[in-house]
Write a protein that binds this ligand. Structure first.
Ligand code: ATP
Ligand code: MG
Length: 324
């Protein structure tokens, strides 16, 4: 098994907690007044950990919100879905982070982010964080957290501590064209890949993580770097798991009516990782991952479609798989 069992302790995720506010019309950007809907709880790390909790894994979140309703929207949701929120700091000065998103006709997204100058980026090592890390069994890192210097300090310390007690690490590169990556971020990314047991890239992130072009070459290079399991997400084309022993497992996507694509990759990852930590074989974990991603895109809002084990079982029975 590439990842530590659930019984070793919760999966922890470190990073930005945001609200998302979605434009209800298709178009370009925010330069005129327009109808919006939200706040929805969001932030890639928060969506991921919410899906972990919802599907029945032990889960804890490290991050910060402001002392405002946008923060409470997040705390209430994560608590409801079984996530330990004891290591989420409440910043007395800064507001909760936010992301405004509008979809274009071709499916591209325009964002207005407030992350770096919000509570989302203002957390660090604390007694509560240490308490959670001391009992954690797995650390999941979202690439989006790497451009936050405070998050990196916590991630590095947590990774060492969790690996030291026999735990494991996973990474979703989650690179966004709108966010800038400096040299420090790039070198953190390289170090993180080397620390990771499980990698969850989508599209070109596979080659970026490997530093090599071509799918087969990139996979081989990542195994050389010490990764033992790679799950490549392919959107409506499903997903593929590559294991160190050379085995390859493909999973078709489920046919759904896509309402809001945000959060698919995060729900996929949360479900896949949790199923693996609960001892399921790759094929079954891929089925739950694909179901979690597909179900989530049928709902408006980034984590509104995160499903429980029962929700996903019902979804799997009722939905068709593409290409079947
Ligand atoms: P994100 O945009 O959230 O970062 P991602 O690029 O990391 O997503 P995707 O490959 O888009 O990840 O989605 C993850 C999984 O969710 C896919 O492997 C697929 O199983 C499922 N999924 C995503 N979009 C769709 C869709 N339109 N139809 C069916 N399944 C989907
Ligand atoms: Mg992604």
């Amino acid at each position: 098994m590439s990842v530590a069992p659930d019984a070793l302790g919760p999966t922890v995720c470190v990073g930005e907690i945001l609200v998302e506010i979605v434009a209800t019309t298709i178009g370009t950007g925010f330069r005129e007044a327009q109808p919006l809907i939200g706040p929805f709880p969001s932030g890639a790390p928060a969506i991921f950990i919410d899906q972990c909790g919802r599907i029945g894994g032990a889960a804890a979140m490290i991050g910060a919100v402001g002392d405002d309703d946008f923060g409470r929207v997040n705390l209430d949701r994560l608590r409801r879905d079984g996530v330990d929120i004891s290591a989420i700091a409440i910043d007395p000065f800064m507001p909760t982070g936010s992301a405004f998103v509008r979809y274009r006709a071709d499916g591209a997204r325009d964002f207005v982010f407030n992350i770096a100058t919000s509570a989302a980026a203002r957390f660090g090592w604390s007694r509560q964080v240490a308490d959670v890390v001391d009992r954690a069994g797995h650390l999941h890192v979202m690439g989006s957290a790497l451009s936050m210097p405070n998050a990196w300090d916590v991630i590095e310390k947590a990774a060492q501590s969790i690996k030291g007690r026999g735990g494991s690490v996973s990474l979703d590169p989650n690179l966004r064209k709108e966010l800038k990556y400096d040299d420090a971020t790039r070198s953190r990314f390289v170090r993180l890949v080397e620390m990771s047991d499980l990698l969850l890239p989508s599209g070109e992130e596979l080659e970026l993580a490997a530093g090599t072009e071509g799918e087969a070459k990139a996979v081989a290079r990542l195994f050389e770097k010490g990764v033992s399991e790679i799950v490549l997400k392919r959107g409506a084309k499903g997903a593929t798991c590559f294991e160190r022993d050379g085995s390859r497992t493909d999973a078709a996507a489920f046919a759904v009516n896509e309402v809001d694509p945000t959060g698919a990759g995060d729900c996929f990852g949360g479900a896949y990782l949790t199923c693996r930590r609960l001892g399921m074989p790759v094929q079954q974990a891929l089925t739950y991952g694909c179901a979690a991603g597909a179900r989530n895109v049928t709902r408006l809002g980034p984590m509104e479609g995160a499903g429980s084990r029962e929700d996903l079982d019902a979804f799997i029975l009722s939905a068709k798989r593409l290409g079947e």
